[in-house]
Design a protein around this ligand. Structure first.
Ligand SMILES: [Zn+2]
Length: 216
């Protein structure tokens, strides 16, 4: 999934109103933040295989350290624990931890059978919605809109940045999401990893927009 992970961050605000949207979005994106580093250092492997799913032309051959269920629980515990250490807010720490683990669950819906459970197990899981582009699009888009609605119910704009900035942000996300369904095949996996880095500024940007909104 793509905007589905951002969606979890938006919805989290309802359960952790004092926590920055930047942190709340970083948590569900965390596994995809790690992935390009692991890919470029050769710790994990992936390659471009056009048609391997109808939406995503990437064969995720080996990525247990970022994307196994066990790793997601490890990272969720680590980030949730770190947040508790820094902020002493148990509920928000749980929201952060669950947010990290939610990544695996959402990826499970869209990925082909490529998601591992453990670091060295052979079995792979995934429902493969990416082979049904219309359904994949609708499921992720509707999930995103519901979560965004939760965020809008939990906050209100304090100024134009909080209002217009949010809508620009959401439009950019939605545009990138639609691009995923365009059928464009990246030239190589390095380009995929490097373009993942280009999305990183969206995390502090969420923090900044959220700072210009108030909890209601
Ligand atoms: Zn992922």
């Amino acid at each position: 999934m793509f905007i589905g992970h951002y969606a979890v961050g938006f919805a989290s605000k309802r359960f952790a109103p004092k926590t920055s949207l930047g942190s709340l979005i970083l948590a569900p994106l965390w596994l995809d933040v790690l992935w390009p580093f692991f890919l470029l250092t050769g710790i994990e492997r992936a390659s471009i295989v056009p048609g391997i799913t109808k939406v995503m032309p990437v064969d995720l051959e080996y990525y247990p350290y970022s994307h196994s269920l066990v790793a997601s629980i490890f990272w969720g515990t680590l980030l949730g624990g770190l947040y508790f250490f820094l902020r002493k807010n148990l509920k928000a720490s749980l929201v952060i931890g669950i947010g990290v683990i939610s990544h695996w669950v959402l990826d499970f819906l869209t990925h082909r059978r490529d998601l591992p459970i453990t670091l060295n197990g052979e079995e792979r899981f995934g429902l493969g919605l990416w082979n049904f582009p219309v359904i994949a699009f609708l499921v992720e888009a509707i999930f995103f809109l519901v979560c965004l609605w939760l965020y809008l119910k939990s906050t209100s704009a304090a100024n134009p940045i909080g209002r217009i900035g949010l809508w620009i942000y959401v439009s950019v996300l939605f545009g990138l999401f639609c691009g995923q369904f365009s059928g464009i095949v990246p030239p190589d996996i390095k380009t995929v990893a490097l373009s993942a880095f280009l999305l990183f500024p969206l995390i502090p940007l969420a923090h900044w927009i959220d700072k210009n909104r108030v909890s209601v």
